[in-house]
Write a protein of this length. Sequence first.
Length: 183
Amino acid sequence: DQVLTADSTTASGLKWADSGGSGIWTADGTASSTTGTSALTVSSMTGRDITQVLFRVANDGTNAVLWLRVNNVSGTNYNTRWGTTDPSNTNSTGDSSWLLSESLANQDYLGEVLIFKPDSNLNYTGVTMRSSVTAINGGAGLPYQAIYGGGNNTDTSAVTRIDLLCSSGNILGEVQVNSMDYQ
């Protein structure tokens, strides 16, 4: 993750220096459960500019909403706007996590969430996200619904922990978290 840089203080006039951004995804960790757990958690992350959350999960048959939480912050500072192919379009504010789906029973979900670090130079200084999720009918295996969304969170800390969970019951499946800095 370094680049060759001009430096007049060295004999060769060159040195290796941090690039300030690699533009390459770095694997931060995975979490999985085959029997169900309250949350799939990836923690001890570096806190880069962009965090990518890839997942394939299911709830344990309860009627539940798929949620994503950042840095274990569970106050009422998550705001989400999402829509589906059904069509529905919803604003949800003051939640304890970002909503990635509507309330569905016995569904499999696969998707990607991109989370952008806080930036004090912008009008909104908290964490922001964009999501794309497909709900699949658990019994028939057919795509049921495409769900898209975006949201913000007033937390201004670097993203160092991701929790993927359901609003009720347990979650099972796997999640992969990657991150990168801007080039």
